[in-house]
Design a protein around this ligand. Structure first.
Ligand SMILES: Nc1nc2c(ncn2[C@@H]2O[C@H](COP(=O)(O)OP(=O)(O)OP(=O)(O)O)[C@@H](O)[C@H]2O)c(=O)[nH]1
Ligand SMILES: C[S@@+](CC[C@H](N)C(=O)[O-])C[C@H]1O[C@@H](n2cnc3c(N)ncnc32)[C@H](O)[C@@H]1O
Ligand code: SF4
Ligand code: SF4
Length: 325
């Protein structure tokens, strides 16, 4: 079992398979980074899997593939299959912007993927375009339909932004309600890579928008998930709120992150990371395990996103597209 320096059990590994993306979401990667990680520095699926096996043997039973945009990595289904075949019962999920799903959803399902979390910030083509800086909506909606058709479990993630998509909270919720999909509203997490003009909505403001039309009741957190769940009294629909500006979900943090370059990242907020790339490239899993032990020992207690108006020092310098969120 993997236990961190604060006594928390770590059973969730988020694996970012690429930092590249076909969108330029203003809250994540508004411009192409000055330089991409050169392709030769990326770990192959076989190399990533060497480490993943160690983690699974130590008790990791939930793996999420993410990015950048994970569907940009060629033959992703072969990677899904490696993980699935090693432990078919594992909670194996992927987070995507959905754009390439029409082409790959069936292959991913056949390879053993169970669940997808898809980002959907607007149902208006021009607003979706403004956020992603590309005309994406119709393709993303086709992707959601395809994923439903092939029988993958789906959740939708929306980041409400003041003056941009904040009027669409109920529309997105009702789109999900009609399809029996859970939506999670995510507080915008301030970071230095985002467009500095963005202002996120506080969890309370998001809930007020829902309360304009529905009566809601708090259900609580689902295990170690960052999502706090609510139920709509009128029809029993459940949705979630991811509110990192409160730090209570850090108390039960159960996750670490592995990047495509082989960095182990102990916390989404902080820059600290340790590389296992050299060890993994030599097939030295024992040394990689030592690095993992060190990362767990040093895992921070909580993030520093502030509940008040963010000061300079409350803004994370870690890029979401590198860590995979
Ligand atoms: N602050 C913080 N945010 C997180 C963490 N993990 C995920 N998130 C954010 O929560 C949002 C949703 O993450 P997902 O990739 O859908 O994964 P998840 O919430 O773990 O998914 P489930 O397994 O379906 O609960 C993203 O915006 C993430 O950045 C975390 O450890 N800390
Ligand atoms: C970094 S993306 C990677 C996977 C995929 N490209 C996608 O967009 O779903 C993972 C999640 O992080 C969220 N995210 C990115 N930047 C964020 C920010 N600054 N604040 C809150 N959530 C953010 C996205 O909305 C997405 O749900
Ligand atoms: S949130 Fe996802 S889709 Fe948007 S730029 Fe970041 S990695 Fe790409
Ligand atoms: S912000 Fe850091 S400590 Fe908190 S839940 Fe996320 S990874 Fe864990």
């Amino acid at each position: 079992m993997l236990i961190d320096g604060h006594g928390r059990t770590v059973n969730y590994l988020r694996v970012s398979v690429t930092e590249r993306c076909n969108f330029r979401c203003q809250y994540c990667m508004p411009e192409k980074p000055f330089s991409w990680v050169p392709k030769e520095n990326l770990l192959s699926f076989e190399e990533l899997f060497l480490f993943i096996k160690v983690a699974m043997d130590e008790g990791v039973d939930k793996i999420r593939i993410t990015g950048g945009e994970p569907l940009l990595r060629e033959d992703l289904d072969s990677f899904v299959k490696m993980i699935h075949d090693y432990k078919p019962d594992i909670d194996l999920a992927l987070t995507t912007n959905g754009y390439l799903l029409p082409q790959v959803a069936q292959k991913l399902k056949d390879a053993g993927l169970k669940r997808l979390n898809i980002s959907l910030d607007s149902l208006k083509p021009e607003v979706a375009h403004k956020i992603a800086q590309k005309d994406v909506l119709s393709q993303v909606l086709k992707g959601i339909d395809k994923a439903l058709e092939v029988g993958l479990g789906i959740k939708i993630n929306m980041v409400p932004l003041k003056g941009i998509n904040d009027e669409e909270i109920l529309d997105i919720m009702e789109y999900c309600m009609e399809r029996n999909i859970k939506v999670r509203f995510i507080e915008y997490m301030e970071n230095r890579h985002a467009n500095i003009e963005l202002r996120g909505m506080h969890g309370k403001e998001i809930l007020s928008r829902v309360k304009e039309k529905y009566t809601i009741r708090a259900l609580g957190r689902e295990g170690a998930s960052p999502s706090f769940n609510y139920i709509i009294e009128e029809n029993g629909y459940e949705f979630g709120l991811i509110d990192p500006h409160k730090h209570d979900f850090c108390e039960s943090c159960n996750r670490i992150r592995l990047t495509a370059e082989g960095f182990l990242i102990p916390c989404l907020y902080f820059d600290e990371a340790m590389s296992i790339a050299e060890h993994i490239k030599k097939g030295d899993v024992e040394s990689a395990s030592h690095v993992l032990a060190q990362v767990l020992k040093d895992k921070p207690k909580e993030n520093r996103w502030s509940e008040e108006n963010p000061n300079e020092e409350d803004i994370s310098s870690r890029a979401f597209y590198e860590t995979g969120g």
